[in-house]
Design a protein around this ligand. Sequence first.
Ligand code: UD2
Ligand code: MN
Length: 588
Amino acid sequence: MMTIVIISSIRTKTKILVKRMEEIHPKHIFRENQEEYVDRHGIKVVVGHYVGNDLRKVPNATYEMINTNYFNPNPKAGKDGSPVITLPKDMIRSQQLYNINKFNVLVSDQIPLNRTLPDMRRKKCTHLFRECKDCPKTSIIIVFHNEAWSTLLRTVWSVINRSPMENLEEIILVDDASQREYLKKPLDDYVKTLPVSTKILRTNKRVGLIQARLRGAAIATGEVLTFLDAHCECTRGWLEPLLTVIRDDRTAVVCPIIDIINDQTFAYIKSFELHWGAFNWNLQFRWYTPGGSQLVKRQIDPTLPFNTPAMAGGLFSIDRKYFYEMGSYDEGMTIWGGENLEMSFRIWMCGGKVQIAPCSRVGHIFRKASPYTFPGGIKKTLYANLARVALVWMDEWTDFYFRFNEAPNAIKHEQNISSRLQLKKELKCKSFEWYLENVWPEHFFPTRNRFFGHIRNVAVDWCLVKPDTKGISNQPVGLATLEPCIKRNVTLEMFVMTKEGFVMTDDSICLDAPETKSGPVAKVRIMACNGAERQRWSYNNSTKELRHVTNQKCLDVSDSSKSSEGLIIEDCNGEESQKWILEPVPWN
Ligand code: UD2
Ligand code: MN
């Protein structure tokens, strides 16, 4: 009997039709809860969950596979941003090739370089940005290391096809020591045929994306610099809103909304608009939902550029002279990571602003893992970069970062940051405290006016902990539970309580309970912070009660068990199970 395997990816909810069961090594791609049935054509169907990254058992790609350009477009594939389904006969090969770039290059190579994309903009955007006559010209800078041919050139073609020629100065490609043959002479030859002036720079050894961008910027002649990753697709009207912001305010650094190009199917997927960029206690960049007043402002006119505490890093425009006035990038940073926070902190604290122009939309392939090597290891690259960010920009919060992040802490002494500190002084930059209070008032870092530490229940003698399940935006959400207090400096049981009564912790999650006044006892959850009343609590130091502000009920341990049932709110009764000790932990 023929067998068809349907693999559903939990993350993307896309169903991918795969190959005959016996050829696909089901062990490698299925989690336990797999289902089998015979469909009405008598075909046995197996449904399971695809473990997208776990391809370790699939034979490694050979040198030849890596160095070959498989680009072979089918005019209809991926039209209007539609997904391309991998045929059963190509499944094994597509998995082998996946590892080379950490995206499905076999699919990418079927999609034409000038495929059409849907117009994701609001109607009003199309009217607002019909043209941008008095806008400055921009150089487009794309750095890459071992990028696939089709993704790199689809990025280039999307720029050429969807940017007004009068605003496009040139395209600059910076090859960061790629080893792949097709990126050498074949790329040089191809670029000569493009209708827009396109230069290629090559580094003679791997320098990383930060220094590669600096080299590109150094030869750029446009009034504005626009940076893109090498696996993007710009949509119609993407450039005008970015340039308009800079025309009106040269101190603005402006990003598009970054849509998602699916790493398996290359479907163009609209991303959530009501997000802004920030970071967690480990200085990992994250998208969060901003607080209430911000949201209201954005709903009134969703076409207006809005402030963001941090940028994702890859896609932005900046006035060229302003880029240098503000200290371009930290040249002490290598390979990958941290430069986006460094630039965001610097721009905000030293007088500029970082914004997102919601009428500008660019797709980007988000990958679940990095495809290339990190020379010197992650300690010498990413962690060293992050250590530099913390040392230069975070003032009293520098120690807070290092306390919770051992690897960067171990190498912080190797960092020479004197020239960056000098720059900070020359630019008369404001403090990190100012940044937190003014740019990101909803932040969840400890401050002088906030409680920071463990929240221990008197009856059980256990501590409130973060849930260990991840929600859609990678935030840990779930029932509020207790666990035995470890009381070491682990972020698991560290909470902040603000003056407004929000009990929050890393990754912008808050203690949350329903507002209803009567009715059965309500479960307490840990959810994305949203500034709503239902997330406000008050602590009474003498009674030790933690009251939910709107209904004046007390945080309590449910009777049935210590922790697994989680916490509830109940009428206040003065019992030990409603008493909480807020044990402060020094953070700086
Ligand atoms: C995000 C940013 C990326 C950068 C990074 C942190 C977006 C969409 N992407 O990660 O631009 O800010 O965070 O550093 O916001 N590259 C080199 N040399 C290297 C390593 C990378 O040229 O040694 C190129 C790479 O080919 C790509 C770009 O740098 O074009 C960004 O790298 P990535 O795509 O791996 O970063 P990403 O999107 O995960
Ligand atoms: Mn990228």
